[in-house]
Design a protein around this ligand. Structure first.
Ligand code: AMP
Length: 407
């Protein structure tokens, strides 16, 4: 026998028993986001590497370590998308979406790729849902998006969820704060982990993310960006918070919240679940005013989030949606059984027929396995069996059978 092959490391197949829950989550998400005016957006799963190098930032883990990058036959560098926002901004600039009424509100759902060490809840191909609003810096967009993700997680039944919220200010504040933080880190260099020390110049903010005990101690006394916000950024943040407070959404103010992408300005947030292990982030996002410009478009405000579908399904209890099922049983007249199946489906209901040559007894067992509410028996005439009561009765013709099992 030939050697059995496996899906690549860190990837997985979605089998039908999980597929139903996944589709239910897709339906819930679609309903929620379309109702809030977000239109469905899709883009290629690979982009010019430049989109992420410029968009996400060369010094981030994502760009420096985790991208699946390859050359096409023309020698162009392409990358399987590790996140969605840079591609959305590339498309906004490419299609001149700034000419549309603003804000432009988009949502997406699809596969993303990061070359990370696989573990529970962390894959090399995973699915993200995201929502982005471009072309306005109105704080109500930040609040609306945060509330939408909170509602999505709630509808998905995600348990033990907490929200961390902060603001990173604008580029100028980040720069002067960055200089202040670098000075502070250098003053305490001796206590820091090698990794953090090596990144002082490239990405000092990431020091807040470190697990290393010495580094954590140093970071307890570090200056906080939240205390350095310019007046308009502080005002923007206050407005976002006031809207969340008015909506009754609880959150934890976390001035050390750093997201692993460089493009954020002002609001940043992350939802976590205690139901998950080490990989506890369900989703997060923030504002990225300036990202479209970096990708060659006009100066444009933007805010959005992305959430991990596999993690939401792990942390939640969403059930697969399933309508009533009908099984058509037969032994001699396949064509008659086929006609019943087609007639039931034409009424918008589920129907399957015997297609593996089982005995009558085996067919009833199969009907039970698929959870059929009714079995239509095609033999000497037509009969209907109600699987809940076990009751069986004759019907005159296909129309009456269809009526009985779909009515
Ligand atoms: P990020 O933009 O990196 O914060 O990613 C947004 C969300 O996507 C995270 O909160 C996770 O739920 C999910 N996610 C990110 N990376 C992975 C991964 N490697 N495997 C599974 N889910 C992921």
């Amino acid at each position: 026998m030939a050697e059995k092959l496996q899906a690549p490391r860190g990837t997985f197949d979605v089998l039908p028993e999980d597929g139903g829950r996944r589709l239910a989550l897709h339906g819930t998400t679609r309903d929620l986001l379309e109702r809030a005016g977000y239109g469905f957006f899709d883009s290629p799963v690979f982009e010019d590497t430049e989109v992420f190098a410029r968009g996400v930032g060369e010094s981030t883990d994502i760009v420096s370590k985790e991208m699946f990058t390859f050359e096409d036959k023309g020698g162009r560098s392409l990358t399987l998308r590790p996140e969605g926002t840079a591609g959305v901004c590339r498309a906004y600039a490419e299609h001149g979406m700034h000419k549309l009424p603003q804000p432009v509100k988009l949502w997406y759902w699809g596969p993303f790729f990061r070359h990370e060490a696989p573990q529970a809840g962390r894959f090399r191909q995973f699915t993200q849902v995201g929502a982005e609003a471009l072309g306005s810096d109105d704080p109500s967009l930040d609040a609306d998006l945060i509330l939408l993700l909170a509602e999505l997680l709630e509808r998905a039944g995600a348990k033990d969820v907490r929200l961390r919220l902060s603001s990173l200010g604008d580029a100028a504040t980040r720069e002067s704060y960055g200089a202040e933080l670098k000075t502070y880190l250098r003053e305490n260099e001796g206590e820091l982990s090698d990794e953090v020390r090596g990144r002082i110049d490239a990405n000092p903010l990431r020091a807040f993310d470190a697990d290393h005990a010495g580094t954590r101690k140093v970071m307890e006394g570090a200056p906080l960006l939240l205390d350095r916000l310019a007046a308009d950024d502080a005002e923007h943040f206050e407005a976002v918070r006031a809207l969340l407070d008015a909506a009754g959404l609880g959150y934890e103010l976390d001035p050390t919240l750093v997201r692993g992408l460089d493009y954020y300005t002002r609001t940043v947030f992350e939802f976590e679940s205690g139901e998950l292990g080490a990989q506890n982030a369900l989703g997060g996002g923030g504002r990225y005013d300036g990202l479209v410009e970096k990708l060659g478009g006009p100066a444009t405000a933007g805010v959005g989030w992305a959430a991990g579908i596999e993690r939401i399904l792990l942390a939640g209890d969403l059930a697969a949606e399933r309508g009533a099922r009908v099984f058509v049983s037969w032994t001699d007249d396949a064509a008659a059984a086929f006609a019943v199946v087609r007639a039931v489906r034409a009424r918008g209901a589920h129907a399957e027929m015997e297609q593996a040559g089982r005995s009558l007894k085996g067919q009833l067992k199969q009907a039970d396995r698929i959870g059929a509410a009714y079995v239509v028996l095609v033999g000497d005439g037509l009969q209907i069996k109600d699987m809940a009561t076990g009751e069986q009765r004759s019907v005159a013709d296909v129309d009456e059978a269809v009526e009985a099992v779909t009515g």
